[in-house]
Design a protein around this ligand. Structure first.
Ligand SMILES: *Cc1c(COP(=O)(O)O)cnc(C)c1O
Length: 429
């Protein structure tokens, strides 16, 4: 009879995990949405908690045997409330996109109008893209950046909102390097009777530490991922600072109006998910604990400093950064003045073990598979311990590889330098 311990180790898969670890350790990681979690975050993600069903919330579950996971989930909730100054949080969304879908279910009816930041200008597909549920089940309209400045013009956002009267106004982006004016956005939302959703997936860690504007104070609802600057496991999260009665008159079967926190809980489960991932929630709890530390504050400050130095280094070499710089951890570079496409940049840099992602730039004339831009961020390499002068060296290397994209010897030399450098700043060993 076969028992669990007698099953042979699956070397086919574990060999590949080993290869991936080697890839992460030997290269320069500049994908702005990625980071490296601590060992304890990974340990919790790979724990026995994966075996447990726990539909419902701590103390109110549909399954028995939840005493332990109740405690774990409550720690995650309490810590994240402290971290962001929230009065309520749901830590169960499996991802950032799932968190947004739960918000839509809580606030909207199918066909309602939503207004988000244009995907082609740096927005996220879960904010109304026609290929996403947000664009298929709701009626999306968009705002974007100005061609000259690369910045959002809040007067234009207001004019569009007043004309279109969306029920949900969404702010937040995947490739916008500037801070958001939540005070102005809330005033616009109030003027048209919309709910303001701030999706802080990218800069969440910088917001938690007070390095960017406080999204929670002025937004009705805040969603985020937990794996970008926040440096936790892959997952999502919904928060409120101020709970409120749902503004669109949804009532219970007994005719009572429901608070937004209660609608959001239902929007996650049973609305859009089944059982929560308690192993990931444990890892979230650990990451939130880490993020409450002084050490993480210093990390977040360094992420922002590194991004500013990196942006300046790119500008000094004649690269065009959309909006001319950065307030957060990332920047979007328009490669057209250099005569390059995003695809060529991504494919060439990877040969030197430098990972970036190609990205559409505002008013791009290339397809999404080619693009005219690249997006880079400093969250991952700052975790690795790199500081300002290292950013200058990274930009030298990138410029060298892109300028000599036909020169295999030059690219090989860059790769050798990258690998030797990364061997000196170990990730997990
Ligand atoms: C990354 C991101 C998401 C989606 O997160 P997933 O966990 O990949 O679903 C949502 N919104 C924004 C703004 C993002 O940058």
């Amino acid at each position: 009879m076969s028992t669990l311990t007698q099953v042979a180790r699956d070397t086919q898969v574990f060999d590949l995990i080993g290869k991936e670890l080697h890839r992460q350790e030997s290269g320069i990681e500049l994908i702005a949405s990625e980071n490296f979690t601590s060992k304890q975050v990974m340990e919790a993600s790979g724990s026995c908690l994966t075996n447990k069903y726990a539909e419902g919330l701590p103390g109110k579950r549909y399954y028995g045997g939840c005493e332990v996971v109740d405690e774990i989930e409550q720690i995650a909730i309490d810590r994240v409330k402290e971290l962001f100054g929230a009065s309520w949080a749901n830590v169960q969304p499996h991802s950032g996109a799932q968190a947004n879908t739960a918000v839509f279910l809580a606030c909207l009816n199918p066909g309602d109008k939503i207004m988000g930041f244009n995907l082609a200008h740096g927005g996220h597909l879960s904010h109304g893209s026609p290929v996403n549920i947000s664009g298929k089940y709701f009626q999306p309209i968009f705002y974007g950046v100005e061609p000259e400045s690369g910045l959002i013009d809040w007067d234009k956002v207001e004019a569009t909102a007043v004309r279109e009267k969306p029920k949900l106004l969404i702010c937040g982006a995947s490739a916008y390097s500037r801070d958001w004016d939540y005070v102005r956005l809330r005033a616009i939302a109030d003027q048209v009777g919309a709910v303001l959703l701030a999706d802080i997936s990218h800069p969440a860690g910088l917001i938690a530490k007070g390095l960017l504007n406080d999204a929670l104070e002025h937004s009705h609802i805040v969603t985020t991922t937990t794996h970008k600057t926040l440096r936790g496991p892959r997952g999502g999260l919904i928060m409120l600072r101020h709970d409120f009665e749902n503004p669109f008159g949804v009532t219970t079967s007994k005719g009572k109006t429901r608070t937004m926190s209660s609608l959001l809980d239902s929007g996650v489960f049973p609305g859009t998910q089944g059982g929560p991932l308690e192993h990931i929630i444990a890892a979230k709890a650990i990451a939130f604990g880490e993020a409450l530390s002084e050490e993480y504050y210093n990390y977040a400050v360094q992420v922002q400093k590194n991004a500013q130095v990196m942006a300046k280094a790119f500008l000094d070499k004649g690269y065009k950064i959309i909006s001319g710089g950065t307030d957060n951890h990332l920047m979007l570079i328009d490669l057209r003045p250099k005569g390059l496409t995003g695809k060529l940049a991504e494919n060439t840099l990877i040969k030197a073990d430098i990972t970036i992602n190609k990205n559409m730039v505002p008013f791009d004339d290339q397809s999404p598979m080619v693009t005219s831009g690249m997006r880079v961020g400093t969250a991952a390499m700052t975790t690795r311990g790199l500081v300002e002068n290292d950013m200058e060296r990274i930009v030298d290397l990138i410029d060298d590889v892109l300028t000599n994209h036909d020169d295999d010897a030059k690219i090989a030399a860059a790769k050798q330098e990258v690998n030797q450098w990364m061997a000196q700043v170990p990730l997990y060993s």
